[in-house]
Ligand binder design. Structure first.
Ligand code: PRT
Ligand code: MG
Length: 228
C-alpha cells in the first residue's frame, strides 16, 4: 500500500494561535499535542484527514509566509499585515476573521491633535516593523519616510524622540493610550488569512480544497455564534 500524502499546515505561534484552535477543532483538524505548551516545532495532526496525513509547523508569525511561499508548508495562517508588508507569492483563499485589528499611523496626542504635519523638510521619522507599508504611505503623501526599523514596542519610539510617528497594528487602543499616543490614520483593516502555496493548490487540490471548505464552515459557524 502506498504511503498517504502529507499535508503541512504552518500555524503562527503567539496571539493568533489561541483563536486558531477552535477553528481547527471545528474542522476535526486538531494537533495531537498541546501546541500552546509543547516545545516541538512540528506536531502531528490527524492520520487520515480527507485521505491525507496532517502535520503542523508551529512557528513565528513573521515566518509563516516564507514557509508557505517556499513550499515547506502547503497551507498557513498569517496576519494580513504581514502579507501586505512582504507580498509573498501565495494564494489567500479565506479570511478567518480572527486576529482582528487595524494597521495605523499613530503619534503623540498633542502633535496629532494640533493637525500639524509631522514632516520637517518633507521628511518624517517613522518607527515600524512595516517598512514597506510606511514608506509607501508617505510616498503617496509626497513625503519621505525615514524608516526606523524596530521589532516591537514601537509605542516607545515617539516618547523618547526616536520617531515622530509609528506604523503599527492597534487592537483595543490600550497600548497607545497608556503611552500618550493616538491614531492619526487607519491604513488597513487586518485579520488573519488562510494562505496556500500555489503549487500545492494544484498538486494537492482535493485536500487543500477540503481544508478551505471545512475552515470556511468553521468561520461561518463562529460568526453565527458571535452574533447570537
Ligand atoms: O510578538 P512576536 O515578535 O513573536 O511576533 P508578532 O508580533 O509578529 O506576532 P504576534 O503573535 O504578536 O502577532 C501576530 C499577528 O496578530 C499580527 O501579525 C497581527 O496580524 C495580529 N494582531 C492582532 C496583533 C494585534 N492584534 C496586536 N494588538 N499583533 C500585534 N498586536 C500588538 C501591537 O503591535 C501593539 O503593540 O498589540 C499592541 C496593541 O494592542 P492594543 O490592544 O493595546 O491596541
Ligand atoms: Mg508581537
Amino acid at each position: 500500500m502506498s504511503e498517504k500524502p502529507v499535508l503541512t499546515i504552518a500555524l503562527s505561534k503567539g496571539r493568533i494561535l489561541e483563536q486558531t484552535l477552535p477553528l481547527l477543532e471545528f474542522a476535526d483538524l486538531m494537533p495531537r499535542e498541546d501546541v500552546q505548551t509543547t516545545r516541538k516545532l512540528m506536531v502531528d495532526g490527524p492520520d487520515d484527514w480527507a485521505g491525507s496525513k496532517i502535520r503542523f509547523l508551529i512557528i513565528r508569525a513573521a515566518d509563516v509566509c516564507t514557509y508557505v511561499e517556499k513550499g515547506a508548508a502547503d497551507l498557513g495562517i498569517s496576519g494580513r499585515d504581514l502579507l501586505l508588508e512582504s507580498k509573498p507569492n501565495v494564494y489567500e483563499p479565506l479570511d478567518l476573521k480572527i486576529g482582528q485589528c487595524r494597521l495605523c499611523i499613530c503619534g503623540p496626542k498633542d502633535a496629532v491633535e494640533s493637525g500639524k504635519s509631522a514632516a520637517v523638510g518633507g521628511r518624517v521619522r517613522v518607527a515600524t516593523k512595516y517598512d514597506n507599508l510606511a514608506a509607501q504611505y508617505y510616498r503617496k503623501q509626497g513625503l519621505h519616510a525615514d524608516v526606523i526599523h524596530l521589532y516591537g514596542s514601537m509605542e516607545l519610539a515617539p516618547l523618547v524622540g526616536l520617531a515622530d510617528r509609528i506604523v503599527d497594528v492597534v487592537e483595543t487602543g490600550n497600548t497607545l493610550k497608556a503611552n500618550g499616543l493616538i491614531e492619526e490614520t487607519t491604513l488597513f483593516d487586518i485579520s488573519s488569512r488562510l494562505i496556500a502555496n500555489p503549487a500545492s493548490f494544484v498538486t494537492k487540490k482535493t485536500q487543500v480544497q477540503a481544508v478551505i471548505s471545512k475552515l470556511r464552515e468553521a468561520v461561518v459557524d463562529r460568526e453565527m455564534e458571535r452574533n447570537k
